[in-house]
Ligand binder design. Structure first.
Ligand code: DQA
Length: 145
């Protein structure tokens, strides 16, 4: 049994209706439901957190210490400029996996730089909602070690 926290950043609460060409038609609730099913079939406990506020995301990362084995995070636009989220990840001992629905390397130039990724153990980008399931599989393999 492992414990995973899935954190979603700004505007991801609008998935399903937001820029569907990039992010698809599933809502965040539907994606979380798929992640929950994956988790329960692999004996993993999973919690979800979404916020549009940088400080709240940082508080949740701090709060995760001692409570979770892995964090999966889609920092949204904070990916590209939040040194504070990067520092929060560096400050905790928990492995963090960065996730993106879209391929951030195939979009505007400013999206091809993640300031958060160097603090993470890895990054998954471009598989749509399946990026979260790929991240769950990575989390499962890391926890099995
Ligand atoms: C995103 C990519 C970011 O560039 C963007 O700001 C998002 C979503 C993704 O999941 O593809 O909000 O993180």
């Amino acid at each position: 049994m492992g414990r995973v926290l899935v954190v979603n950043g700004p505007n991801l609460n609008l998935l399903g209706s937001r820029e569907k060409d990039y992010y698809g038609t599933k809502t965040l609730e539907e994606i979380n439901e798929e992640v929950s099913k994956y988790a329960s079939s692999h004996n993993i406990e999973v919690d979800f957190f979404q916020s549009n506020h940088e400080g709240e995301i940082i508080d949740r990362i701090h709060f995760a210490r001692g409570k979770y084995d892995i964090i999966i995070i889609n920092p949204g636009a904070y990916t590209h400029y939040s040194i504070a989220i990067r520092d929060a990840i560096r400050a905790i001992e928990i492995p963090v996996i960065e996730v993106h629905l879209s391929n951030i390397y195939d979009r505007e130039e400013f999206r091809s730089k993640s300031v958060v990724a160097p603090a993470c153990c890895g990054q998954i980008s471009g598989f749509g909602s399946n990026s979260y399931l790929v991240a769950m599989e990575a989390a499962r393999l890391i926890m099995k070690k």
